[in-house]
Structures are given as structure tokens and as C-alpha cells.
Design a protein around this ligand. Structure first.
Ligand SMILES: [Zn+2]
Length: 254
């Protein structure tokens, strides 16, 4: 729990969350330094969630889910927007878990002899001479036993190829540039952007999603190079380059 707390407090990056949020402890800080310039009321968006944030002269952060499903969060003035966001994500994840609405099923790349590649259901063909994705099927040299690891590796290659093409296009469009990027299998986020180094990480699971989802995540993470938090300015940036982003964000979390 201590490590988790440190992680929450030191997180220098901001990411696109998956539906399942990480659970963390309450970020509390004692202090009397009230920052008058911070916004007292605003709407925070995390994934599909809308949270009405209000800063008050209080000591701790509280998150409430009303009967109608409306989520509100009250916070002291000395807590930053980023801390509020991390708290909300952690707390809401915890709440969902306790309401048993979080998907607990294990994630896998292969199920019933099939996989998904950029939104398409693709059958696996085992014991093939040549490995690769062709003619709408994924050919594997191995049998069903080793399929999960092989498919993962092949999907990684396909995703990296796609990111290389798409990222270059989005960088040109937005005039922003990632210092570097990599692909990793992650449980809680579709992507992350380290704001201080400009390095972007993409979730391997994006290889299973429709291509427009990848476009959205690329733009989202590039947006963090100039906007650290999910604030008004950030969403203005998103809708400027991707007017349809809400629909795609929904698709991403289905
Ligand atoms: Zn983000």
C-alpha cells in the first residue's frame, strides 16, 4: 500500500485509463497553504466518467456516487488537479470493485482458436509452414498450447508497425513529437505519456481494437505533451483534431 501511495504521488505521467482503474490509498496532505488561483468548480472526465469537482475549505477528499449515478468529488484547495484526478480514479475503481461491477475475467489474446486483430475476429491456423497474418487468418507454427505467447508476439509486431505509421501522421498534424515510444501489455491504461521525458507507452491490447481506437490513444497521449491533465484545454485539443473522439473512446472501453 505504501508503494502504491508513493506511485500515486510521484506519477509524472498521465494516461488513458482502461475501464478497470488501479486501486490506491487516499492521498492526504496536511497543510494550510491555500492556492487561491485554483478552480473551485469544474468537471473532471476519466474515461467515460464525468465527475463534478468542487474545492472547499475542508481537510480531506471525498467522492460520492449519488442514486442517479451522478459522481461528485469535494477536495481541499491545497490539493492539485492531478492529485484530484488520481484520487478519483483510484477511489472510483475501489467503489466499482466493491459493487462488483468491475470485470474480473482474465484477459487473453486467444480464445476458442481465435484472436482479434484491429477489430476483426481472426481464426488461428496451427502448425503452418510460414507464420503471419494473411488472407484474414493468423498462421502459427505452433499448436494450440503455445498459441497465446506466439499470438502476443505477432500482435506486438503488427501494432508497432501501425503505430510507426500513424504516429508520424499525427505528429505532422499536431506539430507535436514524442521523444520515443514503446509497446507493453498493461492492465489499467491504454497509453501513458511521461510528460517530462516525452516518452509514450502504448498498451499491447490496442492491437485487438479497431484502428480508430489507436488513433484516439495516439492523439490523447500526444496531447499530454502540452497538457498534463485532463482539463478543459486538453479536451479542446482533442475535439479540435478528433471531433468524434467520444464515440471512439466508448468503443475503446467496450
Ligand atoms: Zn490522459
Amino acid at each position: 500500500m505504501r508503494g502504491e501511495r508513493r506511485r500515486l504521488e510521484n506519477a509524472a505521467f498521465c494516461g488513458t485509463f482502461l475501464r478497470i482503474f488501479y486501486c490506491g490509498s487516499l492521498v492526504k496532505r496536511r497543510g494550510t497553504c491555500y492556492n487561491k488561483r485554483v478552480k473551485s468548480k469544474y468537471i473532471l472526465r476519466i474515461g467515460d466518467l464525468e465527475i463534478a469537482v468542487e474545492r472547499k475549505k475542508i481537510k480531506n477528499l471525498h467522492l460520492r456516487v449519488g442514486r442517479t449515478g451522478k459522481i461528485s468529488l469535494t477536495a481541499p484547495f491545497f490539493v492539485s488537479d492531478g492529485e484530484i484526478e488520481r484520487f478519483a480514479a483510484a477511489k472510483y475503481g475501489w467503489r466499482k470493485k466493491h459493487l462488483q461491477t468491475v470485470t474480473t475475467e482474465e484477459f487473453s489474446y486467444v480464445s476458442a482458436g481465435k484472436t482479434h486483430i484491429f477489430g476483426q475476429t481472426v481464426p488461428l491456423v496451427y502448425h503452418a509452414d510460414k507464420e503471419g497474418f494473411r488472407g484474414g487468418a493468423l498462421f502459427l507454427r505452433c499448436g494450440a498450447e503455445g498459441a497465446e505467447e506466439r499470438v502476443k508476439r505477432i500482435l506486438k509486431g503488427l501494432l508497432e508497425e501501425k503505430i510507426a505509421q500513424k504516429l508520424a501522421l499525427w505528429e505532422q498534424k499536431t506539430d507535436l513529437k514524442a521523444s520515443s515510444w514503446y509497446v507493453r501489455d498493461m492492465k489499467t491504461r491504454w497509453g501513458t505519456c511521461n510528460v517530462s521525458t516525452g516518452r509514450i507507452c502504448f498498451n499491447l491490447r490496442l492491437a485487438k481494437k479497431a484502428e480508430e481506437c489507436l488513433d484516439y490513444v495516439i492523439l490523447h497521449e500526444l496531447g499530454h505533451l502540452i497538457n498534463r491533465y485532463h482539463d478543459k484545454r486538453f479536451y479542446k485539443f482533442l475535439s479540435y483534431y478528433f471531433p468524434d473522439y467520444r464515440r471512439v473512446r466508448k468503443l475503446l472501453n467496450e
